[in-house]
Design a protein around this ligand. Structure first.
Ligand code: S3P
Length: 426
């Protein structure tokens, strides 16, 4: 187990690896299309490789070449029955989105994943898919994976989701490609809209109005060229490090700034962060370069509609709040309890171990910032976003920090520690 020390500042330029959500979708939609899909800047993280593995097991030829993924699509009706269980690893996106596809295939599948996946709630997709006519059961009867899915004829529904979840919305829209009429999903607050944007590019008829997305059954999708922007969720660790560590100046290149994902930028600016948005490109999935400089941050309240736009960034926002002056209050974020770990409990456990003043609440946390952080042994609970958040905390802390299970960063950001090291030295 290696340790991380206090940093004198991060300086230089970094290109962030491809967006995880968009990489998953490119493989899925490419597999269901006619013809070739070429994906550049694909995220070579364990989660997205799980998606590739699942589609290969259903007969799709996917070439993972340097710089490019080539997907030889099978068409909407061309998948074949896998000869073994589909293993989604640690990936909630793979598990939930693929369930929407499997619900309509003319074969039976069993879907499972690692210990974390087997604890994550699947009722949220089982309920709407069953309403569409799907035959989907939790094998252990606990509403979690492993799931058995027997493909059936589906019909369109209008589903009102209790949670703002792109995984739920996308599972329903994908099932809707195969349904006998229009399918609609209304969410309490809009969640990330990558499926809607990309499905349209592949030729699907997707309509959106407010927090409702609708899809019509589709005879076929057509293979595309997809360039995946850098993942703002991965950029978030460098945004936080650049702002919080004195003497830092970072140029973070080609980051996806889709408004359904950019809450971290709004929060960082509201906390007093010095961030300049450069080279903005608003075509398709919007992107920009971010110039981040060390800043004196102050606490704020984060709640309501912004929460789904930064849900994965709340662990690193906790670290920013611990480094800021004053109080940060996070509300309406009960979803944190059902991510790769219970991120309310785990942030409280680890930040407390480092000397911060943090209290967990039913739907978030309260952080009294400005207390000095000390190196400690912290536990990632094998949650990649926890490991990366505490690597940044370690750069801010006095003394030495050890992160248990540090290698789980491979889920979404395999070069993370190398990149931190490079920027620390420049
Ligand atoms: C994702 C949606 C979000 C997010 C996850 C990726 C996606 O989950 O937390 O990391 O790619 O659709 P929920 O849909 O559960 O909010």
């Amino acid at each position: 187990m290696s340790t991380i020390h206090n940093s004198n500042g991060l300086r230089g330029e970094i290109a962030i690896p491809g967006d995880k959500s968009i990489s998953h979708r490119a493989v899925m939609f490419g597999s269901l299309s006619d013809g070739l899909t070429e994906v550049t800047n694909f995220l070579q993280g364990a989660d997205c490789l799980s998606t590739i593995d699942c589609f290969r097991k259903m007969g799709v030829e996917i070439e993972n070449t340097p710089g490019k993924i080539l997907i030889h699509g099978k068409g909407l009706h061309g998948l074949s029955a896998p000869s073994s269980v589909l293993d989604t690893g640690n990936s909630g996106t793979t598990t939930r989105l693929i369930s929407g596809i499997l619900a309509a295939q003319p074969f039976e599948t069993t879907l499972t994943g690692d210990a974390s996946i087997q604890k994550r709630p699947m009722r949220r997709i089982m309920e709407p898919l069953s309403m569409m006519g799907a035959d989907i059961t939790s094998i252990n009867g606990n509403d979690c994976a492993p799931l058995r899915i027997r493909g059936s004829a589906l019909h369109g529904i209008h589903y009102h989701s209790k949670v703002a979840s792109a995984q739920v919305k996308s599972a329903i829209l994908l099932a809707g490609l195969y349904a006998d009429g229009e399918t609609k999903v209304t969410e309490p607050v809009i969640s990330r809209n990558h499926s809607e944007i990309m499905l349209r590019c592949f030729g699907a008829e997707v309509k959106t109005e407010g927090t409702t997305a609708g899809i019509r059954p589709q005879p076929h999708l057509t293979g595309q060229q997809v360039h995946v922007p850098g993942d703002i969720s991965s950029a978030a660790y460098f945004i936080a490090a650049g702002l919080c560590i004195p003497h830092s100046e970072l140029l973070i290149k080609n980051v996806g700034i889709n408004p359904t994902r950019d809450g971290i930028l709004k929060v960082a600016l509201a906390m007093g962060g010095d961030i300049t948005i450069l080279n903005e490109n608003r075509e398709g999935e919007p992107t920009a370069d971010l110039l981040v400089k060390s800043s004196r941050l102050h606490g704020i309240t984060i709640q309501g509609d912004i929460i789904p736009t930064l849900i994965d960034e709340l662990p690193i926002i906790n670290i920013m709040a611990a480094a800021a002056e004053g109080t940060t209050i996070i509300k309406d974020a009960a979803e944190l309890k059902v991510k790769e770990s219970n991120r309310i409990d785990v942030m409280v456990e680890n930040l407390t171990a480092m000397g911060a003043d943090i209290t967990g609440t039913e739907d978030g946390m309260i952080i009294e910032g400005g207390k000095p952080l000390y190196g400690a042994i912290v536990d990632s609970h094998l949650d990649h976003r926890i490991a990366m958040s505490f690597a940044v905390a370690a750069l801010l802390a006095e003394g030495e920090t050890t992160i248990k299970g540090r290698d789980c960063v491979n889920i979404s950001f395999p070069s993370f520690y190398e990149d931190i090291k490079t920027l620390s030295q420049s």
